[in-house]
Design a protein around this ligand. Structure first.
Ligand SMILES: [Zn+2]
Length: 393
């Protein structure tokens, strides 16, 4: 039921009034304000142009790639959450619409604002696509968490009670009427841009500031469609785990859209070598779905892949400088010493031992640490589902 305010105007009336005021051109799918306020599951909203143009690119508040001209690349802005000034966060949308119909893939990056190799990987894939030769559509959004990207930091600086930093990869599928901007932004993007245009989706990440990771993919290998895609990447590690609720690839999975997360090395920098592996793997995925023609590149069959279902975390127990005794991708044994830590006098105050046999998948790259910081993650296999540790994506 609508919640009438003291002035007798309910929220829905306000939404309807604002739509009437700005005179939005609306396609049939979003013909009334009720649909606009709460999109029905799985139904396409159609494409809604706000009438705004930014840097020559049209702005949409809903997109159905079926409405775009085939055989062309389309550059658009999507209107995300509203800011305190009343302006909006816009995200960049690139659509390679094939000349022929086919499957629709969605590539995203920038859910965390400090993960630059993920942005570059998506851009590189899009730059390799020729829509005239494609059967199907690929849509990319490279700057999902715009305010986090503006300051190249992991989390969104939300204007709540002062600034609070919110991890947008705990917010999906979001809530268009949520209490925070990232929740609203996630809801708008998921309902009106990402979900309606995805037959499969890949959400690209890297390690985080101060914590470097290897090249690996995170996905639930018990889903055959996910397993088939993940195995097409020539990268050395797979983290076969469902990780957390609230991450973008799980929001896709929850509505029946196969999805997973590549992790491309260190945050803040571009790693061209590692990026090229994920570009090759993603092109393989597009070939697998029949969107792009041509022979497969290198896949997981061409490299040695270590698959683990758990990540063993080693947390600092002291303050001081951390010296790693092993490198990323090294194999370690249970009981092996993997790092030591020295205090300000140079004396060893802690030694860190792996509790499992596995492969190093992440290491703290900031040399100074306080107690509680993750220093090392070791990818390994636990036989049962109980006590499975997860990588903090
Ligand atoms: Zn991330």
């Amino acid at each position: 039921m609508p919640d009438k305010s003291a002035k007798g105007i309910d929220r829905r009336d306000l939404i309807m009034a604002s739509i009437a005021t700005v005179g939005v051109a609306v396609n049939t799918g979003a013909a009334n304000a009720k649909d606009a306020a709460t999109p029905p599951a799985n139904a396409a909203l159609g494409t809604v142009y706000t009438g705004d143009v930014i840097k020559g690119k049209k702005v949409v508040s809903a997109l159905d790639v079926n409405d775009l001209e085939p055989g062309k690349k389309h550059l658009l802005y999507f209107q995300g959450a509203e800011m305190p000034t009343g302006q909006h966060w816009y995200v960049s949308v690139t659509v390679a619409k094939g000349a022929l119909p086919g499957k629709r893939g969605v590539l995203t990056s920038g859910v965390h604002g400090d993960e630059m190799s993920s942005v570059h990987a998506v851009q590189t894939v899009m730059n390799q696509l020729d829509p005239a030769q494609m059967s199907g559509t690929v849509m990319a959004v490279t700057d999902v968490s715009r305010p986090a990207l503006e300051s190249m930091q992991r989390r969104w600086p939300n204007q709540g009670r002062g600034i609070d930093l919110i991890d947008m990869n705990r917010e999906w599928p979001g809530n268009e009427n949520g209490a925070t901007a990232p929740s609203r932004h996630a809801g708008l993007l998921f309902n009106r841009l990402l979900r309606p245009n995805a037959d499969f989706a890949i959400d690209f990440h890297t390690g985080t500031t101060g914590f470097e990771v290897t090249a690996f993919n995170i996905g639930g290998m018990d889903a055959p469609e996910v397993k088939a895609m993940v195995e097409l990447y020539p990268v050395g590690q797979i983290f076969d785990n469902h990780v957390y609720p609230g991450v973008l690839h799980n929001a896709f999975m929850d509505v029946g859209i196969p999805s997973f997360t590549p992790e491309i090395g260190a945050a803040r920098v571009l790693d061209p070598e590692m990026i090229s592996l994920f570009v090759e793997g993603t092109m393989n995925v597009l070939k697998h779905h029949g969107i792009v023609a041509g022979p497969m590149g290198r896949t997981g069959k061409d490299v040695t892949v270590f698959v683990g279902n758990s990540a063993f975390p080693i947390l600092a127990t002291a303050g001081g400088l951390v010296e790693h005794l092993v490198k990323l991708n090294d194999k370690v044994e249970a009981g092996q010493k993997v790092a030591i830590q020295r205090d300000s006098f140079g004396e060893v105050v802690a030694e860190y031992i792996s509790g499992v046999a596995g492969e190093i998948t992440g290491q703290r790259s900031d040399a100074m640490s306080e107690p509680g910081n993750p220093l090392v993650f070791i990818l390994f296999n636990k036989p049962g589902p109980e006590d499975v540790q997860v990588y903090p994506e």
